[in-house]
Write a protein that binds this ligand. Structure first.
Ligand code: S3P
Length: 161
């Protein structure tokens, strides 16, 4: 039984994922960190080759993730872009979409190391509008994250068997 967190950059996947893993005594995997480790290349360097190159590598990791047990995953914000990934995410575990109001995110998201935000966090509004339907259709549960991280951890814990 795994827990898969999806949502736009800065929505709280890593913060909530770490707290949740601790509470459940699960492992925690940040998909971006896993990718960087596996291919020994930074995310900006992968994007410098092309976004397609990054997406290809990102999707390859999902096959590794399906094999894991008792793990909380914080996925990269764009993982739902590639066709077929939504099914792989569901195979990995129960998928939670953390929907944090963009106005909350733009003020505090760290844009360094996030190539899609190199021109500023305002780009998030456009990315969110492009992707929201994909997040909604890829998830088992759609949760609004507009309070503190511990509240989300409680909500997610209640939904898992
Ligand atoms: C991306 C989100 C990032 C990272 C990459 C692309 C995206 O992950 O995978 O910069 O397309 O939204 P986080 O959502 O963990 O920041």
């Amino acid at each position: 039984m795994n827990i898969v967190l999806i949502g736009i950059m800065g929505c709280g996947k890593s913060t909530i994922g770490k707290l949740l893993a601790k509470k459940l005594h699960y492992d925690f995997i940040d998909a971006d960190d896993y990718l960087v480790n596996k291919y020994q290349m930074s995310i900006p360097d992968m994007f410098a080759i092309s976004e397609d190159y990054f997406r290809q590598k990102e999707s390859e990791c999902l096959k590794d993730f399906i094999e894991k047990k008792n793990t909380v995953f914080a996925m990269g914000g764009g993982v739902i872009k590639k066709e077929g990934n939504a099914q792989l995410l569901k195979k990995m575990g129960t998928v939670f979409y953390l929907d944090r109001p963009i106005d909350h995110i733009v003020n505090d998201v760290d844009t360094s190391g996030r190539p899609l935000l190199k021109d500023g966090a305002d780009k998030l509004y456009a990315l969110f509008n492009e992707r929201k339907a994909l997040y909604e259709s890829a998830c088992d549960y759609h949760l609004i994250n507009d309070e503190d991280a511990n509240k989300m951890v409680e909500e997610i814990s209640k939904k898992i068997p």
